[in-house]
Design a protein around this ligand. Structure first.
Ligand SMILES: C[S@@+](CC[C@H](N)C(=O)[O-])C[C@H]1O[C@@H](n2cnc3c(N)ncnc32)[C@H](O)[C@@H]1O
Length: 281
């Protein structure tokens, strides 16, 4: 991987599983869903790419104290599952910034079909050069995306720049555990080239060094385990001819089992940890 183009291409290659939107919509139809009446929950087995699924998104929303008048940015918001959940449950406007073109395109289609395009907006772009003016958002959220993003000082300074004074950065993120290195593949990288984990203390020091005030910081120990995530999202064993179902196998394909096995091992061996945090500008 060389330079910024190499990085962008590698992230896109990792998350681009063919025609995701068409596959998802065909499966929904095969299961009797009316595509003209989709709800955000109909997509939750494929569009919440983080441990805890929709439950973790709702916990993050509660921490963020969302209100209908807020402008929210979801950094690395992927297919927009969290954005649609927040917009539909809290009435706020959510912008999804993501580097993966196929996710942004599929996310726009899912948003149109769930009739949320007036409140959920997508931008294809890099969190290290956010295409937004300073002081644009009341909340910046992120879930399980910063481990894909290098240059944390730049990332956090971009978050600080686009937040309004008094605005909050609210995250649910995976960071390095006390033991290293991690085993690959993991859901965000099949090899080390696009994995950029830092220690929680380093993240805390960088954020407070920029002028953020720590409001809350806690390890996500009570949340769903990786085994739980894998079980919840696993492909039903399915007899030949059985109706196909939604799940992470649509994104990770044949690597799905090894990805969830090694990420569970990393947590069991204290190579990875998950944190919720709130930092105020
Ligand atoms: C594991 S997925 C999580 C997606 C989403 N946050 C969710 O929980 O469903 C990580 C996401 O980060 C995005 N990403 C990685 N590097 C990025 C960058 N530099 N700028 C913006 N998005 C990035 C990927 O494209 C991917 O959609």
């Amino acid at each position: 991987m060389t330079g910024q183009k190499g990085y962008i291409d590698s992230v896109n290659a990792h998350y681009t599983p063919g025609d995701l939107a068409a596959n998802v919509l065909n499966i929904l139809k095969a299961n009797g869903k009316d595509l003209d009446n989709l709800s955000p929950d109909d997509l939750a087995l494929v569009d919440q790419l983080h441990t805890g699924g929709k439950g973790a998104t709702l916990e993050l929303a509660k921490m963020a104290g969302l209100t209908p008048d807020m402008e929210v940015l979801d950094v690395g918001g992927g297919l927009g599952g969290a954005a649609r959940t927040l917009a539909s449950q809290y009435g706020c406007r959510v912008t999804v910034l993501d580097l993966t073109e196929s996710f942004v395109e599929a996310g726009k289609e899912f948003t149109r079909l769930t009739r949320l395009a007036d409140r959920v907006h997508f931008e294809l772009g890099n969190a290290l050069q956010m295409p937004f003016a300073a002081n644009s958002f009341d909340r910046v959220i992120t879930q399980h995306s910063t481990m894909n993003i290098p240059e944390k000082p730049k990332l956090y300074s971009e978050v600080y720049r686009v937040l309004r004074p008094g605005g909050q950065f609210v995250f649910h993120e995976i960071m390095a555990g006390p033991n290293s290195p991690i085993h690959f593949p993991v859901p965000w990288a099949r090899e080390s080239a696009i994995s950029f984990l830092i220690q929680p203390q380093e993240a805390n020091d960088l954020l407070t060094g920029l002028g953020f005030r720590e409001v809350s910081w806690k390890e996500d120990e009570a949340g769903e385990t990786m085994e739980g995530t894998a079980g919840r999202l696993s492909v039903p064993s399915g007899q030949p001819g059985a109706t196909p179902q939604l799940g992470m196998h649509l994104i990770f394909k044949e690597d799905m089992k090894s990805i969830f096995a090694s990420v569970a091992r990393n947590f069991a061996e204290d190579r990875l940890k998950r944190y919720f945090g709130i930092f105020e500008k």
